[in-house]
Design a protein around this ligand. Structure first.
Ligand code: UT7
Length: 351
């Protein structure tokens, strides 16, 4: 079965055009801020070690935004690279997935659009934590299917170092900063077209990853200032277990909806949360290690940025090539998760 965004075409009963349109990837780009923090740098100020971090997470180093750098700065760089990779098309909508916006109000996407010279286009933020990029793909497919937009820039960008308590060793070693983006255009059943997108959420488990302060719940509850309520809290082991289960389940559903088997998958492009999660997911889906590209060793966990960063890096170094059948999946706090498929296309400007 095809989703409304990807297939079919029934005769119009209204006189309006009734041709469902696919959302087709036509460009990809990533941006990592230049400053790098190694495990040894962290071990110099926290009770941790390079060996613990590598063994438990697969991370060796990570990029961090310097002082004065906000998420819009990273998003603009990634957006610029994705637009260049797409051959510099006119884009008529911008979706920014982030859990670290420049400000609580207003949204950051309009600022990013304006700085990219896209003044006047619809632009909005999307809050789905580490699953934000997959939710962003689904939103872009919807905008295209509804003829709101012909071409959509979807960006995932995070400055997670700003919401992690630098004294919290379990989170400070894991989360980092970065941005990635894709450009999608209206198209048909062709390479680059997103397959059916599967999304899900479970708000009953919102306590597994959350920030207590800064929102209306904290204001209603009178959370006192200075109690650390501005920092991320995570129940790591439960998030770990849910991540593997939910990504595996949504991947299976997305594959089934696309008419693919796991053996058809050339590249598993999964949210880069932790190397052990990626290994467990790959084993669960029986996708061999050489089909599971990863950036986690040098990026850490960049939440909504991790999938487009992985796409951009693997296109650039040739690990992802035209014709590869790609399974994308992500999971994060919310809880929120999702998966989709595509055949990787030739990009107008290469990589
Ligand atoms: O991006 C989507 C959302 N996030 C994720 O998907 C992350 C999911 N969770 C994880 O990646 C892992 O749970 C962590 C990497 C966060 C933690 O790894 P873990 O294997 O689940 O460790 P743990 O939290 O169960 O802690 C094991 C031990 C504890 O010590 P005790 O109680 O056994 O004595 C921790 O205090 O490791 C200790 N520990 C550390 N030790 C050295 C926790 N962090 C560190 C550290 N260095 N940085």
């Amino acid at each position: 079965m095809r989703s409304p965004a990807t297939g079919g075409g029934a005769p119009s009963r209204t006189g309006l055009p009734a041709v469902p349109r696919s959302a087709v990837v036509m460009g990809v780009g990533g941006w990592l801020p230049p400053d790098v923090v190694t495990n040894d740098d962290l071990a110099a100020r926290l009770d941790t070690s390079d060996a613990w971090i590598r063994t438990r997470t697969g991370i060796a180093r990570r990029h961090v935004a310097g002082r004065g750098t906000a998420v819009s700065d990273l998003a603009v760089e990634a957006g610029r690279r994705a637009l260049a990779s797409a051959g510099g098309p006119a884009v008529d909508a911008v979706v920014l997935a982030t859990m670290t916006p420049d400000h609580p109000v207003p949204a950051t996407a309009p600022v990013v659009a304006a700085r990219l010279g896209l003044d006047g286009v619809p632009a909005f933020d999307l809050a789905a934590t580490c699953a934000g990029f997959v939710y962003g793909l689904a939103s872009a497919a919807g905008l295209i299917a509804a003829s709101v937009a012909e071409r959509v820039l979807v960006i995932g960008a995070e400055v997670l170092t700003g919401i992690v308590d630098p004294r919290d060793r379990s989170l400070a070693v894991l989360f980092a900063d970065g941005a990635g983006a894709v450009v999608l255009r209206a198209g048909h059943d062709e390479p680059g077209a997103l397959g059916p997108v599967v999304l899900g959420s479970d708000g009953a488990r919102d306590d597994l990853l959350y920030i207590p302060g800064g929102g209306s719940r904290a204001r209603a509850g009178g959370l006192p200032a200075g109690t650390g309520g501005e920092f991320l809290r995570m129940r790591g082991r439960e998030i770990f277990r849910n991540a593997v289960e939910r990504m595996a389940e949504s991947s299976r559903r997305a594959l089934e909806a696309a008419g693919w088997k796991t053996g058809d998958v050339d590249r598993l492009v999964a949210h880069q949360a932790n190397a052990r999660i990626l290994a467990a997911l790959g084993d669960e889906l029986e996708i061999p290690a050489d089909r599971r590209p990863s950036t986690i060793e040098h990026t850490g966990n960049t939440a909504s940025a991790s999938i487009p960063l992985l796409l951009a890096e693997t296109v650039a170094d040739g690990r992802l090539r035209p014709g590869h059948r790609v399974l994308i999946t992500a999971f994060g706090g919310g809880l929120a998760w999702g998966a989709t498929t595509l055949v990787w296309p030739e990009l107008p400007a290469g990589h």
